[in-house]
Design a protein around this ligand. Structure first.
Ligand code: PXP
Length: 244
């Protein structure tokens, strides 16, 4: 089965609700790692609505597993990534008015731009993932650009309501994951995954890791972050909650 990377943006969202110093996403990263996460993900947005520059720098010092910096490919954020040197960057589309990332990146529309960007990022010995729709054109474009990883967008699957739509989306994700892996890419998945819908996703053999934030931080409000991460790790690795 797969492994779990924990997105800690929403700890910072709660902090920013009061503009204060707590809860601190850095403490959240430490707890998530101790509870079994294999990576910590944060998205430094242009508007700094949750994670800020101080967080990214401290996370680089503190994270012992793997720091995945999610970012839009803008000059300002690229410069910060080159100073901080995360283990991995995940390139995502970003719109100021969106509540959260709303869909995959259109790599195919700007292959030359992304090829050049991947080269610059690789020069810093940072791996590159593109957050894309489960679509062969986008996978081909990611391959052409030189990506190491593709993170398949699971938002449409997560929002599907009828059993038929869920099945269709799962098949689309499984097909895309197989195609990407056969062509040498590592395949991860994320967006909108929770304690119920994650199991079929990690049942797709080509998906090696999932990136999950909102559901874990939401559950942590009631059961604590350590337990919320342990429970998700167990679902992701074994398909079931831990035995009591
Ligand atoms: N992967 C990417 C690329 C994302 O932008 C997000 C949201 O920040 C996630 C995964 C995690 O999504 P969620 O918070 O819905 O679990």
């Amino acid at each position: 089965m797969a492994e779990l990377a924990v997105n800690i943006d929403h700890i910072a969202t709660i902090r920013e609700a009061r503009g204060g110093i707590e809860p601190d996403p850095i403490a959240g990263a430490v707890i998530a790692e101790l509870a079994g996460a294999v990576g910590i993900v944060c998205h430094l947005r242009e508007d700094r609505r949750h994670i800020n520059d101080r967080d990214v720098r401290l996370l680089r010092e503190v994270v012992k597993t793997k720091l995945d910096l999610e970012m839009a490919a803008t000059p300002e954020i690229i410069e910060i990534a080159f100073e901080v040197l995360p283990d991995l960057v995940t390139i995502v589309p970003e719109r100021r008015e969106e509540l959260t990332t709303e869909g995959g990146l259109d790599v195919a529309a700007r292959v030359e731009f992304y090829t050049n960007l991947v080269e610059r990022i690789h020069d810093k010995e940072i791996e590159v993932s593109f957050f894309i729709e489960p679509d062969t054109d986008q996978i081909d474009a990611a391959l052409e650009a030189g990506a190491d990883i593709v993170e398949l967008h699971t938002g449409i699957y997560a929002n599907a309501r009828s059993a038929e739509d869920v099945r269709t989306e799962l098949e689309r994700l499984a097909g895309a994951a197989a195609y990407a892996r056969q062509n040498g890419l590592r395949v991860t998945a994320g967006h909108g995954l929770n304690y119920i819908n994650v199991v079929p996703i990690v049942g797709i053999p080509d998906i090696v890791e999932v990136s999950i934030g909102h559901a874990i931080i939401s559950r942590a409000v009631f059961v604590g972050l350590d337990r919320a991460v342990r429970e998700m790790c167990s679902l992701v690795r074994h398909g079931c909650l831990p035995h009591k």
